[in-house]
Design a protein around this ligand. Structure first.
Ligand SMILES: [Zn+2]
Ligand SMILES: [Zn+2]
Length: 269
């Protein structure tokens, strides 16, 4: 579900790609003999960046604003979109200026740039989202994002003649590894598994017992009868006292957090 993916996380990655694209172009200009190779790489990066990532960014942005899908408030949507674009390019520009100013601290900065999973981890905890991203995506992204900086700063004989820095490389791997580890932990054991119980707000239980015995109803999601007395995993109850099959409501909540019967908002499960 796109609604569960953090907008900041995807924006962050898009900005990283924009930088890589610029970096390729600069390298191509500096090392003339390799200009063609670098320009091609930069071009592909740019295509991927501007088509796929911007699309993804827009899809997620739309999913975060379900009420905007109607055509009537197209104007406010366009206004918000231009704010989004302004922020994006503003951050991009600020980053370039900052990099230029502080290029002596390049390594710590590059390390900090690789914190792009953190907004997603935080958003998972806040919204208690269930499985927002596939583990393959998490692993693949982590590895591909790590490959280039590891080559540039960790490889003893690379063409950029940057001295290899083993400690920095270990720090990068540890940093990215722990972020990916947390995300996978959230995927398999629940988004709040590492947050102590005491600081969490009290959670609503969808399996609370009901007073009415012998009450038989239809599940409005699949239109088949549902036995309210049945074992606790079979039947889920919303705060508004509507009953659904456990599986039916779980799948429903992956798409929207709203009661299928009365459309009241649902607390995280
Ligand atoms: Zn059902
Ligand atoms: Zn309801």
């Amino acid at each position: 579900g796109a609604a569960k993916v953090s907008l900041v996380m995807v924006g962050h990655q898009a900005i990283m790609d924009a930088y890589l694209c610029l970096l390729h172009l600069t390298a191509g200009i500096l090392i003339e003999s390799l200009f063609n190779a670098f320009a091609t790489a930069a071009f592909f990066k740019f295509v991927v960046f501007s088509i796929f990532e911007m699309r993804y960014l827009l899809a997620i942005w739309k999913a975060h604003r379900p009420q905007m899908n109607g055509g009537d408030n197209w104007d406010s949507m366009r206004r918000e979109l231009s704010v989004l674009y302004t922020r994006f390019y503003g951050t991009l520009l600020c980053g370039i200026v900052l990099l230029y100013e502080f290029h002596r601290y390049l390594k710590p900065i590059v390390l900090m740039i690789h914190s792009f999973w953190i907004p997603q981890i935080v958003s998972n905890v806040i919204h208690d989202s269930r499985k927002p991203m596939h583990p393959h995506y998490v692993l693949g992204m982590t590895l591909t994002r790590m490959a280039f900086p590891l080559y540039a700063f960790g490889c003893p004989r690379n063409f950029m003649r940057i001295a290899a820095d083993r400690n920095w490389s270990i720090a990068l791997v540890a940093f990215m590894g722990s972020q990916a580890g947390l995300l996978l932990l959230q995927h398999y054991f629940g988004s709040r598994c590492f947050v102590p119980q005491q600081i969490l707000p009290e959670k609503y239980s969808y399996y609370r017992r009901l007073n009415e015995e012998n009450h038989v109803d239809d599940c409005v999601i699949c239109m088949t009868p549902i036995d309210v007395r049945s074992s606790s995993s079979e039947c889920m109850v919303t705060p508004c006292d509507h009953f659904f099959h456990g599986g039916c409501l779980q799948r429903w909540m992956d798409i929207k957090m709203e009661c299928p019967t009365c459309r009241r908002t649902l607390p995280p499960a």
